[in-house]
Design a protein around this ligand. Structure first.
Ligand code: GDP
Ligand code: GDP
Length: 439
């Protein structure tokens, strides 16, 4: 059993502030303006030698849009199911708010230890106000006056929290677990796909404009393999103001997710074809040397599919992303679940391809005859002779070719070698490096 703490409570009480303090990074996106909802955030924290995960459950959209209220309630429920300890946060400067009572009703059903955090207790006077929250009647729990902003009171709180953790935990329990990121423009169907895969309403998927979400990581198991799925579902805003700001964060998250991933599932929208933004995401994954699978989603919306439709579609994508020609392209529908699991299987396959190591003898047995048949052109009157080759022990598949004049080999011969490597050894979906070394 891992060590998990969830922070729940109505918006603006200071959940993200506490989350950031515990996790020690600006992981959660804070936004004082109302109208921004967030999904759960996960972060790692440590206190007196014990490591644990903190979940920030985010807030609601302001007002009483029932869709969101219901959805968020489910989120809180899920967070409570996952956590071992629940921190129910209230704002000491505002007293008991009707929404606090709503939350208290949900939280009270929890069989897990619950602590009421009376936040914004910045002064000793405010600390005294904390007692008023006993009226919430949260079972046998204690109330901790805390100032998330200054950190006052968090020590006592954490002492109580970690007392529930028997194990010390690991700092990075996910190390070595494959990371698969689902990336793509807003609205291509990333959250819908994640929901199909996880089979729960972990993400809020709704047609209501302005649903905003953040990226989340989920441990997921399929086809006998465990991996971490990162959902970068696009952050969108209700109000037009500061749209670029959210766009900026959204782009940053996509970049970060790609950098952290082993394999990127890049989603396109079949009804829109491949657009500049899609191509730039693919380019980014390629430059970062990540494994890639391209999914063309919403295939159910393409009517009158002829036998050639998928082929033509695929050709258009490949033309657009040339010279990247090694990426599998799968046509799926998150709605009908068509080929959804095949897509995941492919992502796992690409992960395996990326860690594929070819013995040196095989590399030479297969590649030297090809090189013999198609020698590098002589340069400045000198013959270039490749003597042998090997795969290097690097993370990204890399092959070194040892030769007399490495400086004379050009990009086109490099492409030729890359094609030969792929022809003989596969590496579908994986960028590979080709190096020339002097021997
Ligand atoms: P959330 O919606 O519950 O995640 O709340 P936020 O963390 O976004 O905080 C809402 C507002 O309360 C922000 O303006 C914070 O700066 C402020 N805030 C958070 N913690 C404290 C605190 O301990 N003291 C004071 N005075 N303000 C705080
Ligand atoms: P995200 O922004 O990439 O996370 O996209 P969403 O998952 O929120 O989906 C955006 C919209 O496309 C929603 O209205 C979904 O219902 C819809 N959608 C997603 N996948 C499919 C699909 O396979 N077929 C159809 N017809 N609609 C889809």
């Amino acid at each position: 059993m891992s060590n998990i703490v969830a922070i729940v409570g109505r918006p603006n009480v200071g959940k993200s502030t506490l989350f950031n303090r515990l996790v020690g990074e600006r992981k959660a996106i804070m936004d004082d303006q109302s109208g921004v909802t967030r999904d759960r955030h996960y972060g790692r924290a440590e206190w007196i030698g014990k490591y644990f995960t903190v979940i920030d459950t985010g807030g609601y959209v302001s007002g009483s849009e029932d869709v969101f209220e219901e959805a968020i309630r489910e989120q809180v429920q899920l967070a409570m199911e996952e956590a071992n300890v629940i921190l129910f946060m209230v704002d000491v400067t505002e007293g008991i708010h009707p929404l606090d009572e709503e939350f208290a009703r949900v939280v009270r059903k929890s069989k897990k230890p619950v602590y009421v955090i009376a936040n914004k207790a910045d002064t000793s006077e405010r600390v005294h106000w904390a007692g008023s929250f006993y009226a919430l009647g949260i079972g046998d729990s204690e109330i901790f006056p805390v100032s998330s902003q200054s950190g006052a009171g968090t020590g006592e709180l954490l002492d109580a929290v970690v007392s529930h953790f028997e194990e010390e935990g690991e700092e990075f329990p996910d190390q070595g677990v494959p990371r698969i990121a689902i990336v793509g423009r807003p609205n291509v169907g990333k959250s819908s796909l994640v929901n199909v895969l996880l089979g729960t309403d972990r993400n809020i998927v709704t047609d209501v404009a302005g649903t905003t979400r953040d990226s989340i990581d989920t441990r997921y198991k399929a086809f006998g393999k465990e991996f971490i799925l990162t959902d970068t579902a696009g952050l969108r805003r209700k109000a037009k103001v500061r749209e670029d700001n959210i766009e900026f964060y959204s782009t940053l998250r996509t970049i970060k997710a790609i950098e952290d991933a082993d394999v990127c599932i890049i989603m396109l929208d079949a009804t829109r074809g491949i657009e500049a933004q899609d191509a730039s995401i693919i380019g980014l994954a390629e430059r970062n040397r990540k494994g890639m699978v391209i999914l063309v989603n919403k295939w159910d919306l393409i009517e009158n599919k002829e036998t050639n439709t998928a082929r033509d579609f695929e050709r258009a994508i490949r033309e657009r992303i040339a010279p990247i020609d090694y990426t599998p392209i799968i046509f799926i529908s998150a709605h009908t679940k068509q080929r959804v699991f095949q897509a995941v299987e492919m992502a796992i396959q690409v992960y395996n391809n990326r860690s594929h190591k070819i013995p040196t003898s095989q590399v030479n047995d297969k590649l030297l005859p090809e090189i013999d048949k198609f020698q590098p052109p002589a340069k400045k009157g000198r013959y270039i002779k490749i003597k042998y080759a090997m795969q290097l022990p690097t993370h990204t598949p890399s092959f070194a070719f040892f030769c007399n004049l490495p400086q004379y080999l050009d990009k086109s011969y490099e492409r030729f070698l890359e094609n030969q490597i792929r022809k003989h050894f596969g590496f579908e979906g994986v960028p590979i490096n080709v190096f020339f070394r002097k021997k």
